[in-house]
Design a protein. Structure first.
Length: 168
């Protein structure tokens, strides 16, 4: 299935993205409307916005991630590519089998080290892009746009030996 324009998951992702943009626009408008209240003389203004919208935005992100995971499980990397999630021309951004070699606190890592990262129950090739602390590592998912980069604990990574078979 190469054309996902009529796919219910793709349509749901589009609706969710449109809703998210509209909500963020509304939050921004509310911040602008109340900017004079967000100073030391009016404590709690920003916190009220976070209380009002934070959980809602978090749940939108969770539903979005779940829809992506279902789309990937059902249709593979072609689904992600059709949604604009993959880097054009790179076919390496797909799940792999875990190596079973955990990254521990003493495992030597440096920028550029290949690792495997678990995301939504699947293992993905990644590369270390920064060592942020003793326990936290910034990674880039190979074959994916940099907007998917994230900071994760070392304990959630495995070493990538290059032997992991593609397509779990």
């Amino acid at each position: 299935m190469s054309n996902f324009s009529n796919n219910p998951l793709a349509q749901a992702l589009k609706v969710l993205n449109d809703y998210y943009r509209a909500l963020v626009t509304r939050i921004a408008e509310e911040i602008v409307e109340n900017q004079d209240k967000f100073d030391a003389a009016y404590p709690g203004g920003a916190e009220e916005l976070i209380d009002r919208y934070g959980l809602h935005l978090h749940n939108i992100a969770r539903v979005h991630a779940d829809l992506w995971a279902v789309g990937l499980a059902l249709y593979g990397p072609q689904f992600a590519q059709a949604q604009g999630g993959r880097v054009a021309g790179d076919s390496s951004g797909r799940p792999v089998q875990p190596s079973g070699l955990p990254v521990g606190p003493d495992t030597p890592l440096e920028v550029g080290s290949p690792v495997l990262a678990n995301w939504r129950g699947m293992w993905w090739r990644a590369q270390v892009v920064a060592l942020e602390s003793e326990d936290r590592v910034r990674i880039h998912y190979v074959g994916w746009d940099s907007r998917w980069d994230e900071t994760v604990p070392r304990s959630s990574l495995l070493l990538d030996t290059g032997d992991s078979a593609d397509n779990c």
